[in-house]
Design a protein around this ligand. Structure first.
Ligand SMILES: NC(=O)c1ccc[n+]([C@@H]2O[C@H](COP(=O)([O-])OP(=O)(O)OC[C@H]3O[C@@H](n4cnc5c(N)ncnc54)[C@H](OP(=O)(O)O)[C@@H]3O)[C@@H](O)[C@H]2O)c1
Length: 436
């Protein structure tokens, strides 16, 4: 866990004092609001009842982010409530987790995932196991008739993702990959700026997520980051964010996007998984622009932000012929952008994560390091999208379709194929059920 502590210390965001002028009106007021216990849920609002599958690091950050009143971020029509959690270790562990995330006393603690998926009070399940387990766990949820938000990377390989999508469609259920960054107001701003034509058609995006952590001293070989049995490696865990930026700027923003071709290089760690991967994606021409290139890089040893203060420059550059948009590290939770146009215009913006505010007594973070008092981690945006989708009857996320998740999984499959990186058959299999 030490690396996560370091990661968040080094990358602690610049917390701005105000919202930018381009902040959507719904977010401008009020930034701070009173937190509320789940019991005060307003009946007229659409309430999404969450079940949390697994009780590790990210499950805790996600469930904590469900607690502040959505009105803190200008979202007035929905509520979230955690009604159950399951741990594969024990019901006691699930119970401790529920207390940790301030769930209501009535929330159910289960000692197995099977019990969770059978709970009739659960509307949607957040799957937060290592990626190696996503296929088996999501299939379990879908078979039981539950809607699912599944952590990234969606699955170990594209075939598994394809079968999960097929199952969700067959059962008419909601399914979404939890690429939380896509739902940030910052990402919406970037995509909208691209679509406005301000920087001209985007012809190149550079995106890096490199974390400055030597795997030898940071992880033992059983840790999910380096363990092949848990689908370890930089690509699926960190590289997906570099790919997210390449895709949401060169693919999501197009009317008829086409999958890219890919060339790649990979440096392996002693356990056989990748510790550094570099990808060059070429997107075919569209109606709006010619061929576009995405350069996505990820690494454990190198740093996107070596001083931890953003002075190294942006880790993402989205370039058109009239200018570029820069996004600063970390690619998964950026809070700063800079628009630079060739006519001399420069606009810098800060994008704080809203929350109940200073002195609220509530904090969130990941891996033992917390954001400033009362500031959200930012996972609630994707949770809000799930609530809105279910309220509106949609079956997938608005800012990353299931088709796009599948294309990205195919890119990662191809990168692994080009570099001879395989995982054990038991986690690559599409058989179900398989005991892992
Ligand atoms: N969105 C983000 O910012 C973000 C950040 C970090 C990680 N993630 C993603 O979230 C997933 C989990 O990551 P994490 O950092 O939360 O991992 P973690 O702390 O190791 O937690 C994983 C949990 O999965 C359950 N689990 C079931 N079988 C397991 C097995 N064989 N080995 C290990 N754990 C097992 C355990 O919970 P129980 O014992 O309760 O069953 C464990 O606590 C990964 O897919 C990762 O990519 C996302």
């Amino acid at each position: 866990m030490a690396w996560f502590v370091r990661q968040f210390t080094r990358s602690s965001p610049v917390v701005p004092k105000h919202f930018s002028s381009l902040t959507p009106p719904s977010l401008r007021a009020p930034f701070y609001c009173t937190p509320r216990p789940y019991s005060s849920t307003t009946m007229s609002k659409f309430t999404l009842r969450w079940g949390i599958l697994a009780t590790g690091g990210i499950a805790e950050a996600f469930a904590r982010d469900l607690w502040p009143n959505p009105e803190c971020r200008g979202v007035k029509d929905i509520e979230h409530t955690v009604v159950a959690a399951a741990s594969s270790s024990s019901a006691d562990r699930a119970n401790a987790f529920l207390k940790e995330v301030r769930a209501a006393d009535s929330a159910k603690a289960y000692g197995s995932y099977k019990e969770l998926v059978a709970d009739p009070n659960v509307d949607i399940i957040y799957v937060a196991t290592p990626h190696s387990h996503h296929y088996q766990n999501v299939m379990l949820c879908l078979e039981a008739g539950k809607n699912v938000l599944c952590e990234k990377a969606f699955t170990t390989n594209a075939k598994q993702t394809e079968l999960l999508i097929k199952k969700a469609k067959e059962k008419n259920l909601f399914l979404m990959e939890a690429v939380w960054t896509r739902y940030f107001p910052l990402s919406i701003y970037v995509r909208d700026t691209i679509k406005s034509g301000k920087i001209g058609p985007v012809s190149r995006t550079y995106a890096d997520l490199s974390m400055s952590m030597s795997p030898e001293t940071t992880f033992d070989n059983k840790h999910r980051m380096v363990n092949p049995d848990l689908a370890g490696g930089a690509l699926l865990d960190l590289g997906i964010y570099a790919l997210t930026w390449v895709f949401q700027t060169l693919y999501t923003t197009q009317n008829n996007p086409k999958p890219p071709t890919v060339m790649s290089a990979m440096r392996k760690y002693s356990t056989g998984v990748d510790e550094q991967t570099s990808m060059l994606l070429s997107f075919p021409p569209t109606d709006a622009r010619g061929e576009a290139h995405g350069i996505a890089t990820t690494g454990m040893r190198t740093a996107a932000d070596p001083e931890g203060n953003g002075k190294a420059g942006p880790s993402i550059r989205i370039q058109g012929e009239k200018g570029e948009i820069q996004v600063f590290h970390p690619a998964y939770r950026p809070t700063r952008t800079k628009l630079i146009l060739t006519d001399g215009t420069v606009e810098e913006k800060n994008w704080p994560q809203p929350g109940p505010g200073k002195d609220s007594g509530w904090k969130n973070g990941f891996g033992g390091s917390f954001q400033p008092d009362g500031e959200g981690h930012g996972m609630f945006w994707e949770a809000d999208e799930c609530a809105h989708a279910l309220k509106e009857g949609r079956k997938e996320g608005k800012y990353e379709s299931l088709d796009e998740s599948l294309v990205i999984m195919k890119v990662m499959d191809e990168v692994r194929r080009q570099n001879g990186m395989t995982y054990p058959q038991k986690i690559e299999t599409t058989d179900y059920p398989v005991e892992l």
